[in-house]
Design a protein around this ligand. Structure first.
Ligand SMILES: Cc1cc2nc3c(=O)[nH]c(=O)nc-3n(C[C@H](O)[C@H](O)[C@H](O)COP(=O)(O)O)c2cc1C
Length: 233
């Protein structure tokens, strides 16, 4: 089966999504499409190497980034011709969900969604903002400014393979979340495993509910549930 899996810029359900992509890549051909924010967030959480490993499992596999496409999104046009058997968007940000329910197609991922409808290809969407209320999510590493002593020899900075740590800042675009800096700051200024609470807004939960009204789209609430879908078995 030929699967197109799109990733948008959500940290929530990202690890779980990549785990399922890895599982599916044992049996299926996979193209991974990344929105601009998707690419940044994947790098921030340190999953780019994993995605490249998945791509390298089969010569037909590909990673396609929004930034490599032009304004008319040629890849999304190919969807109808190349006949993907299944399209999955997971995780899907509140932003992309809002665009989908308003039929806006102005990014790689929203164009893929629009074209999947035109090509009548089954589409599974895993939205991150599911129900109004509070969720817990892990954030990428950061430096506590009031604890950082700006040491001349910054231990985490010296160990960072991407030279992303310049006290009291981390360049979050360069950081690949390898966690080599974990517990290396003697002043405990570098925080690597912080969880925060986020409030899911009513409007975002309402947009998620509207996804089901769109022909061709099936909403899935956890990436692992994709493995149980009839279309795959
Ligand atoms: C580290 C990080 C994590 C994020 N996690 C989420 C998230 O879980 N859900 C969400 O809706 N947006 C999240 N965002 C914000 C989106 O990336 C942002 O709204 C972006 O514009 C979405 O673009 P896209 O929908 O084209 O991918 C996150 C941003 C960052 C920097």
């Amino acid at each position: 089966m030929k699967i197109l899996w799109a990733i948008t810029g959500a940290g929530h359900l990202l690890k779980e999504s990549i785990h399922v992509i890895d599982e599916l890549s044992q049996k299926h051909e996979i193209t991974i499409a990344l929105s601009n924010a998707g690419l940044e967030v994947v790098k921030k959480y340190g999953y780019m190497t994993k995605l490249e490993e998945i791509r390298d499992k089969k010569p037909e596999n590909m990673i396609v980034c929004d930034e490599d496409e032009k304004y008319s999104y040629p890849l999304s046009g190919k969807i109808t011709h190349e006949k993907y058997d299944l399209i999955i968007v997971s995780p899907t940000t509140a932003n992309t969900t809002a665009k989908i329910v308003h039929a806006i197609a102005d990014t790689l991922v929203t164009n893929i969604v629009a074209q999947s409808g035109k090509g009548r290809i089954p589409l599974l969407i895993v939205p991150v903002d599911q129900k109004e209320g509070i969720i817990t999510t892990k954030i990428p590493p950061y430096i506590k400014k009031d604890a950082c002593q700006k040491c001349e020899e910054c231990k985490p900075g010296n160990i960072c393979p991407k030279k992303a740590i310049n006290p009291p800042n981390i360049n979050t675009i360069q950081c690949i979340n390898c966690m080599k800096c974990r517990n290396k700051c003697p002043h405990n200024a570098l925080i690597t495993d912080k969880e925060i609470e986020l409030y899911i807004r009513k409007i975002d939960a309402e947009n998620t509910a509207k996804l089901e009204e769109i022909e061709n789209i099936k909403t899935i609430f956890h990436p692992e549930d994709i493995l149980e879908e009839d279309v795959l078995n």
